[in-house]
Design a protein around this ligand. Structure first.
Ligand SMILES: O=P(O)(O)OC[C@H]1O[C@H](O)[C@H](O)[C@@H](O)[C@@H]1O
Length: 537
């Protein structure tokens, strides 16, 4: 079985298809023609098309991975923690969830969630995964685990052997790995960008060490790769659908999981991976396709007039502009990467750079150095402290008993036509999971797209679109009190201060771009989440 793309009710301007065919885009993409995205993208494209070769080149990893997995098993190391964020952990997370194999993905700075991952150390191996080798989240996790292993009584050599590193050649992490005596270092192809790296060492190493047989991923991707030069191939059709949606006013892609558990069609968590790929690849120069990950085919927002509905692992929905994408996971990864590159051409953007993603990180660094800005709350309602910028709460009487509902409605009212509300939560994805229910609750109150992202992960994903996409976003940020903080060893900050600085840096970046923002700080997380969910219901 390979990738199949069926569509329903889609308006495809003839020009989109004829231009792609006339320009021979399918064959030129497979031939790595770096001119496909215009002269300004050429330099980047010339070092970013290696993902097309991965179904073949990644095979050389397989024997080494089998050996390493056996070696770890023989030492009783059967619990894998993956410290990496964005493109360095999303794919492995999907592979493991789909296969039902446990993998602890650590892509947060929430002190509670990090602490909860630092258990069962006697059987834990940590995969530190970072393409640049300089990302603060992965580096902080590495430091925390180093200290924890040492505290558990392991000597330096034993500690080093609890780490496996995936990074690009010559990165600072490659050097650190050598210095700390990491058990294994996998150097990835530097001609593959993070969000196109699912079938590289980044996607495969953690999954294989956790116990997934990753060979079928490469087999299924290779089957699809054979057809990618053909006009009208399935992945090209997916790119056509995304590009046509954009050209016809559907500049959002509503992603739902349409597979059925147990029959092999269900791919768990794929929306989060596609979200990263599509948002960072297309959201720039004031345009882009906004991915909206939905809970189900019946979720609020599924019928939005400005969204193309994409059902992964199921058919399109009759009577609704939609596309159904079926096929095994390996083919899905490669197919969506190819489709995104094609959509980039239709949109007229460079799908391989992320020019705006660093703004909030620079603000974070400044805040870590100089301390957080002292902003007084507008008011405090129960366990929720309200802060606002961009005029969101002007003229709203918050002294009413339903003040929080009024504040949320004022925020929703600020969403412009064809705009969106982005809900982001710098909380513990496990312990505070209920915050995720806010997306559907708020989408029920709005005609507009509502997205949800966990901070800081989304900063490495939809953050690029928020900053570089069209000026139509309105933001709701949640932060929470830290019950028990955790130090980042040998750093002047803790996970709690890092998390708070990331949230503040994000607010600063949004304020700099005049994006309306409501910030709710939960002085008691559990009570605060209840209160916000009640207000949104
Ligand atoms: O793999 P790393 O270098 O640690 O990068 C992790 C993430 O960082 C940045 O935010 C990029 O925009 C992402 O595409 C990338 O996946």
């Amino acid at each position: 079985m390979t990738l199949r793309v069926l569509s329903s009710g889609l308006e495809v301007p003839e020009v989109v298809r004829t231009q792609l065919a006339d320009d021979d885009v399918a064959a030129r993409l497979v031939g790595k023609d770096v001119t496909l995205w215009g002269p300004e993208a050429e330099a980047e494209a010339s070092v970013r098309l290696g993902w097309l070769d991965l179904p073949a080149t990644s095979r050389e990893l397989l024997a080494r991975l089998t050996g390493l997995r056996a070696e770890l098993a023989a030492e009783g190391l059967d619990r894998v923690v993956l410290a990496g964020i964005g493109g360095s952990s999303l794919a492995a997370g999907v592979v493991c969830r789909t296969a039902g194999v446990p993998l602890v993905v650590l892509d947060t700075t929430d002190p509670g969630q990090v602490a909860a991952a630092m258990t069962d150390l006697h059987r834990t191996v940590v995969v530190v995964s970072s393409k640049s080798g300089g990302t603060v989240e992965a580096d902080s996790h590495r430091r925390a685990f180093l200290a924890a292993f040492a505290e558990a009584g392991l000597d330096d050599t034993q500690v080093g052997r609890r780490f496996v590193v995936v990074t690009d050649p010559g990165s600072p992490l490659a050097e650190t790995a050598a210095a700390m005596g990491a058990r294994a270092v996998f150097l990835a192809d530097p001609h593959v960008g993070g969000r196109y790296s699912a079938l590289s060492a980044f996607g495969l190493v953690p999954a294989a060490l956790a116990g997934v047989d990753v060979t079928p991923l490469l087999d299924d991707a290779a089957d699809l790769a054979e057809h990618l030069a053909e006009p009208g191939n399935a992945a090209l059709e997916l790119g056509v659908a995304i590009g046509a949606g954009f050209r016809t006013g559907r500049d959002k892609i509503a992603l739902v999981d349409g597979g059925t558990r147990g029959d092999g069609t269900r791919i768990e968590g794929f929306g989060d991976w596609v979200e990263h790929l599509v948002a960072e690849s297309t959201g720039k120069q004031g345009r882009g396709v906004l991915p909206v990950v939905l809970e189900s085919v019946d979720a609020p927002g599924v019928a939005a007039p400005d969204a193309l509905l994409a059902v992964v692992g199921g058919g399109p929905v009759e009577g609704r502009p939609s596309v159904g994408v079926t096929g095994p996971l390996g083919a899905q990864f490669l197919g969506w990467e190819y489709a995104t590159a094609v959509a980039g051409r239709v949109l007229g953007i460079n799908p391989f750079d992320q020019p705006d993603g660093t703004g909030s990180r620079e603000d974070t660094a400044r805040i870590l150095d100089g301390g957080p800005p002292d902003k007084r709350p507008v008011t405090t309602l129960g366990a929720v402290r309200l802060h606002a910028s961009g005029g969101v709460l002007d003229g709203v009487d918050l002294s009413q008993t339903d003040g929080l509902t009024l504040a949320l409605d004022a925020l929703l009212a600020a969403v412009p036509p064809r705009g969106y509300l982005a809900v982001t939560a710098y909380l513990d994805r496990q312990a505070d999971a209920r915050a995720g229910e806010l997306r559907a609750a708020l989408a029920r109150r709005s005609r507009h797209a509502v997205t949800f992202g966990w901070g800081p992960r989304f900063l490495h994903s939809t953050g690029q679109y928020h900053a570089g996409g069209p000026q139509v976003g309105v933001h709701l940020q949640l932060t929470g009190a830290v019950a028990q903080d955790l130090p980042v060893p040998d750093r002047p900050y803790s996970f709690g201060t890092l998390q708070a600085a990331q949230a503040a840096g994000d607010r600063q970046a949004l304020a700099d771009r005049q994006r309306p923002l409501l910030h709710l700080h939960l002085t008691d997380r559990s009570a605060g989440i209840d209160q916000v969910l009640r207000a949104a219901a």
